[in-house]
Design a protein around this ligand. Structure first.
Ligand code: PMV
Length: 380
């Protein structure tokens, strides 16, 4: 392979869904989240002279010459420090002539930031990056984390080839590479969201299911697949406002709100106990009955916190008429609802549910949870 050339790299990373514990997790209590098989896919190909990014989902195509980037990258911070350097970030904004509020450009900003750090040792390598995603953007499913993980894993994949460590890319599951990918992706998330919890980039890197509490992530063993139906209410919501709303209520009515949050925490813990029992010998029917009870109660508690929405209530009611239990997932106030589909539910009932919901203007996605984290492949 001639210097600075590499074979095409294909990488994909999953989105995430919160099963239990939203809002309570903000106060140090337990949440349970899992990877979701709606993925972001990226291809990085060599290019003869330029560095080109193509994000058709957001209608973005930009390219630069190595000379242009060389001038910008002179100011890049020390690679060892994975904290956002705001002076450098401002320089990237100026270089792109974009405001920090331009969400469409956010992915390009993260690309330039990560590219300058990851490719540091080998200089500027011309390449073309194409990103496509099955994940609805900005809906609380971790679309930005999946992009960040793809950028981080994909660029490390190119770097290792250019450095002649080609073999290491096939050991993408080695814990040191995973840790590096997760670290750069976390940096990218901080560029995008300020002070994220780290749950989204961790799930997207490692996949599976996890327990999350006070910033600590603990993998949860899941021996059998869980099928879920995700319903987008197509109602815009703002996570920050909803978190603030719960915070205000907690201050105003502590004796009412704290027990609600503690009950949500207890639901997450009960779910984790039941999963363990299910992994061992708990009968499938009993497990799904507990799961339905927990989902139903959690939805009522979230309604009590004031974070449900008429569309979410409508989705849950519609599903219930067909014997399916749903709850909101994420911040609430619109966004997504989720329903676990027990094996006993027939394909026909699921189709009827989807039809009914889509006629009402909602969008349904059926997907597995607890799937692999990022997957990378070198195309020869
Ligand atoms: O919809 P999302 O992914 O933004 O979910 C937010 C989950 C909350 O618990 C409400 C907030 C948080 O930071 O954990």
């Amino acid at each position: 392979m001639e210097k600075c050339r590499f074979h095409e790299v294909k990488v994909s990373a999953p989105s995430k869904v919160i099963l239990f514990g939203e809002h309570a997790v903000v106060y140090g209590m337990t949440a349970v989240a899992a990877s979701l098989d709606l993925r972001t896919r990226m291809r990085i190909k060599p290019h003869k002279s330029r560095i080109l990014v193509n994000f058709p989902d957001v209608g973005l195509k930009e390219s630069w010459s190595p000379e242009q980037l060389k001038t910008l990258f002179q100011h890049k911070p020390n690679t060892e420090i994975l904290d956002v350097n705001y002076v450098y970030l401002d320089l990237i904004h100026n270089f792109l002539k974009t405001e920090s509020s331009d969400l469409r450009m956010a992915s390009v900003i993260c690309f330039l930031y990560l590219y300058s750090l990851i490719m540091d040792e080998v200089g500027i390598v011309p390449m073309e990056i194409l990103v496509e995603s099955e994940i609805p953007l900005g809906a609380g499913l971790g679309s930005s984390a999946a992009l960040s993980v793809c950028l981080s894993a994909g660029l490390i994949g190119v770097l290792h080839q250019v450095q002649g460590y080609e073999k290491s890319i096939f050991e993408y599951t080695s814990s040191s590479i995973q840790k590096e990918v997760c670290g750069f992706a976390f940096l990218s998330e901080k560029i995008l969201h300020g002070t994220p919890s780290g749950i989204d980039n961790s799930i997207s890197t490692y996949g599976g299911m996890c327990r999350f509490e006070k910033g600590n992530l603990e993998p949860v063993r899941l021996e059998r697949n869980l099928r879920i139906l995700l319903i987008n209410t197509n109602t815009f919501r703002n996570t920050k406002d909803l978190v603030e709303r719960v915070g205000e209520k907690r201050v105003k009515y502590p004796d009412i709100v704290k027990p609600i949050l503690e009950s949500i925490h207890a639901i997450s813990e009960q779910f984790l106990t039941s999963i363990q029992e299910y992994n061992q010998d708990l009968n499938e029917k009993k497990f799904y009955k507990i799961l339905e009870d927990l989902m139903d109660t959690n939805q009522s508690l979230l309604t009590g916190l004031g974070v449900s929405h008429p569309t979410l209530d409508d989705v849950c009611r519609t599903l219930k008429k067909l014997g399916i239990v749903g709850k909101l997932t994420g911040a609430g106030g619109g966004g997504f609802a989720l329903a676990v589909l027990p094996p006993s539910i027939s394909g026909k009932t699921v189709l009827v549910a989807k039809d009914l919901l889509e006629t009402k203007g909602y969008t349904c996605y059926q997907a597995d949870i607890g799937v692999n984290g990022y997957v990378i492949e070198v195309v020869k």
